[in-house]
Design a protein around this ligand. Structure first.
Ligand code: HEC
Ligand code: HEC
Length: 491
């Protein structure tokens, strides 16, 4: 065999010449896109006066800037993303990972590419598919080699706003989260002795076009750190809002500014106005979410508006949903034990949830069996529900809450009838033998766990379901959801 050419060249090279550049994962500015071509992405949220002037989600504009290397004034492209109505703030972006168009494009390519899975069969989109509500619509996910995982794939939609990622919150950023699947034997890694990320980077290195993109964005070749940053940048733009409820809130504010004696709560007519506007605009998506026929059902706007307003009142009142589902995304970003995964009143060891994800020395017994409160936008695309996919419909989720969740000794205090529990303890302290209500249990210390029964009527349940349906919102913008769309193609 002949000597490989590279060795031959090295052997003949004069000693004084600089060593060939080693890619140590640190940036070399010369490899990056020139400053003037490196467009920023900026979120514009509803609180900014500029928000109203933006006609669509993805808006291209130009801005003046000074090249820090040359001091020259240049005109650059800038992309302004209009944060959908109802999400009142822009997602937080880590300072070390600023958003640029080139990074977003790379992240989009990686998100949809099977290159990250060890046998080329799975991409992020396999389990978080834009056509399936950015989840996989399965009870639990099947990963590489079709192995069935134990847990339901959450949607990527609005995950940019999550304080924690994963059901047990074991990642605290999208950058941190996106590194997980590549090494997960149930997701993208087929096993073997090697380091999954080293192997993934090795596969990327064989794709010259991808390598060039890494260099243009980061000034160095592919690495785990860079891939995580690019994917997170793309995910931050997977946003959904502008639901009928958001639009009704706008109607309410208009009403209150016209008539300051009005009711501060969302009313049926506020919602009806939003629905009528949806009929006028032929917004099939919003109407279908409410099971309204865009051709025939315009006359039902008033009745449906009243029902949604009732559902909202139940959500924030009698049903106590807003104890945990609160804010723009309808989540407190906290963890609670609802008893999901409980079998016969017992929490299996595998279902310790948040408690297991907390580092040793930081375990909080109050979080045994607790899982993350998910947001409630876009629910119509993400059935089945709960972390084990155990409830198939919104109606059955509400029945689950109506009976106080699944009783177990660690049930969240927010799911318990604390007044009845106090009475029981008092009676016991007085030497009486109080009766435990049906469905209640005693914990290991002999204290009662009495689930709080919501006692919702059939009408209240139906209204609550309709309210959840009215949170659906617009589909994620096509610039993000369409795998093929790239900013260059728009021009
Ligand atoms: C085989 C299916 C599968 C693949 C492939 C996969 N995921 Fe996931 N993803 C899941 C499951 C299941 C969970 C929940 C796991 C848990 O909570 O323990 C999850 C959780 C997440 C979350 C957290 C969302 C939340 O609300 O907590 C994000 C974000 C995410 N995945 C993004 C990605 C990205 C990016 C990739 C590609 C690098 C990817 N996923 C690949 C199945 C998958
Ligand atoms: C004590 C806090 C708490 C209360 C109160 C609460 N939720 Fe939840 N909700 C959660 C948590 C935590 C989960 C995830 C539980 C799991 O999967 O283990 C969840 C899950 C859900 C889901 C499934 C979402 C998905 O993507 O799988 C829906 C729908 C939902 N809740 C609606 C409601 C409604 C409606 C109410 C009021 C009747 C309500 N919640 C009350 C904390 C709460």
């Amino acid at each position: 065999m002949s000597i490989p050419r590279s060795l031959f060249v090295l052997a003949l090279a004069p000693l004084a010449v600089a060593a060939p550049p080693v890619d140590d994962g640190l940036p070399n500015e010369a490899k990056k896109l020139p400053f003037k071509d490196d467009a920023r992405i900026e979120f514009v949220a509803g609180t900014s006066p500029e928000w109203k002037t933006l006609p669509k989600f993805w808006n291209e504009a130009t801005e003046g800037a000074t090249d820090p290397a040359t001091g020259q004034k240049v005109t650059k492209r800038v992309v302004k993303l209009k944060v959908p109505l109802g999400l009142s703030t822009a997602p937080a972006v880590p300072t070390e990972n600023p958003m640029t168009v080139a990074k977003w494009e790379l992240g989009k390519k990686l998100y949809f590419s099977k290159i990250l899975s060890s046998n080329g069969t799975r991409s992020c989109a396999s389990c978080h598919d834009p056509k399936l509500g950015w989840s996989d619509q399965s009870k639990t996910s099947s990963g590489i080699n079709d192995q069935l995982g134990p847990i339901n794939s959450p949607t990527v939609v609005n995950s940019a706003f999550n304080r924690f990622q994963f059901w047990n919150g074991r990642a605290d950023s999208l950058e941190n989260q996106s590194q997980g699947p590549v090494g997960n034997a149930l997701e993208m890694f087929g096993g073997g002795k090697g380091d999954p990320w080293e192997e993934a980077v090795g596969r990327i290195l064989k794709d010259a076009e991808l390598v060039k993109r890494f260099e243009q964005v980061f000034g160095h070749g592919p690495s785990r750190d860079a891939a995580a940053k690019a994917i997170a940048t793309f995910e931050r733009t997977v946003l959904c809002g502008n639901s009928i409820v958001d639009r009704a809130e706008v109607e309410k504010r208009k009403r209150l500014s016209d008539d300051d004696t009005g009711k501060n709560e969302l009313t049926g007519p506020d919602v009806a106005k939003a629905i009528q506007a949806a009929f006028a605009a032929k917004d099939t998506n919003a109407l279908k979410a409410l099971k309204l026929d865009p051709e025939k059902d315009a006359g039902k706007a008033a009745v449906v508006g009243e029902q949604i307003a009732l559902g909202r009142a139940v959500f924030f009142g009698k049903a106590r949903c807003s104890n945990c589902h609160i804010g723009d995304g309808y989540t407190d970003h906290g963890f609670h034990n609802l008893g999901v995964g409980v079998k016969d009143g017992k929490l299996p060891r595998s279902e310790f949830g948040r408690y297991d994800a907390q580092p040793t020395g930081h375990k909080d017994p109050a979080l045994v069996g607790a899982n993350k409160t998910p947001g409630l936008r876009g629910l119509l695309d993400t059935a089945p529900y709960l972390h084990d996919g155990s409830e198939t419909t919104l109606e059955s989720v509400i029945d689950f809450y109506d009976r106080g969740g699944n009783v177990n000794e660690f049930l969240s205090p927010k799911m318990r009838d604390t007044a009845a529990e106090a009475e029981y303890r008092k009676a016991k302290a007085e030497g009486k033998t109080p009766e435990l209500p049906k469905g209640a249990i005693l914990d290991r210390a002999g204290n009662p766990v009495i689930p709080f029964l919501l006692k919702l009527t059939a009408d209240e349940k139906a209204a609550l379901v309709l309210f959840l349906r009215a949170l659906q919102g617009d589909p994620v913008d096509a610039t993000v959801a369409d795998e093929k769309w790239l900013p260059g193609a728009a021009k």
